[in-house]
Design a protein around this ligand. Structure first.
Ligand code: GLN
Length: 279
């Protein structure tokens, strides 16, 4: 029977991807510790694990995302279940969580005792659930138009033991009557026909989470127009956007009468998020 060592030597996959897939299969089939990828790399593997490996290796070689193959993705300090019905959370989106935590930090002078946070287009729940996990005094509402996505987000809330998070099915603010202290969103922002849509993981992700099938800015127009009616005075609106959309998104915020408009850099130094306040 092959060993971890044999598999890693023979595979045409990227070695990091191969190790993530193998670690997942070891966890599924064996009661070996996490370190066994190294410490037991010359031990024979059971046939069922090897069969699963061949299946995952084939799918990965065809381009299927690692996160979908193992059914999970780390985001901020939470682990999320992911499946083809939701976007795979990206590291750059963690910036939004950091900025919300910063804004609501009582140690930094925030006076709001029980802040209400709205995550529009929540997908797997990544942003809303990471905020809820790290700021238990927040009341978080997660919205998505996709029932598939909401099912996954609710499953994630249960796995993270987040019992007070609310879920709502609808497009942006449809059916939302409340007002919030923070509105946060990572909407579909890739323009129709953009070459990235036919590259890498994006080929397998839900198109409705990636692109508006227009100029990439239509979600911002809708959200910014309706947001003032749903924000408390002094409330924060915060969105992720594409690598070249900072100026356009900040301009839209200005035209919707928001104040204190700021561009935020991701870890690659790219303007990746915009925030503003309601005066
Ligand atoms: N961040 C994703 C990407 O560029 C796009 C997700 C989105 O449109 N919100 O791959």
């Amino acid at each position: 029977m092959p060993t971890i060592y044999n598999i890693l030597q023979a595979t045409a996959l990227d070695k990091v991807d191969a190790k993530v897939l193998l670690a997942h299969l070891i966890d599924k089939h064996l009661d070996w510790p996490k370190s066994s990828l190294i410490s037991r790399d010359k031990d024979s593997l059971p046939q069922a694990l090897v069969d699963d490996w061949l299946d995952l290796e084939k799918k990965r070689l065809l381009g299927q995302p690692v996160a979908y193959l193992i059914g999970k993705k780390e985001f901020f300090n939470v682990e999320l279940t992911v499946a083809p019905g939701v976007l795979i959370p990206r590291p750059e989106t963690e910036l939004l969580v950091e900025l919300v935590i910063d804004f609501l930090d009582m140690a930094k002078g925030c006076q709001i005792a029980a802040p209400k946070v709205l995550d529009l287009g929540t997908g797997s729940g990544a942003i809303g659930l990471a905020i809820a996990k790290n700021l238990p005094h927040c009341q978080v509402t997660c919205v998505d138009v996709s029932t598939d996505a909401l099912d996954i987000a609710q499953k994630n809330a249960a796995l993270l033991d987040l019992k007070t998070v609310k879920f709502h099915q609808g497009s942006w603010f449809d059916g939302i009557a409340d007002q919030f202290d923070v509105i946060v969103s990572n909407p579909p922002y890739i323009p129709a026909g953009d070459e990235h849509l036919s590259m890498g993981d994006l080929r397998f992700e839900p198109s409705s989470a990636l692109t508006d099938d227009q100029d990439g800015l239509s979600a911002y127009r809708q959200i910014f127009q309706q947001a003032p009616a749903h924000l408390n005075a002094g409330g924060l609106i915060l969105v992720e956007h594409g690598y070249d959309q900072s100026e356009a998104v900040c301009q839209l915020l200005t035209s919707c009468k928001f104040v204190d408009i700021k561009a935020h850099l991701d870890l690659a130094g790219i303007k990746r998020a915009a925030s503003a306040k309601l005066s």
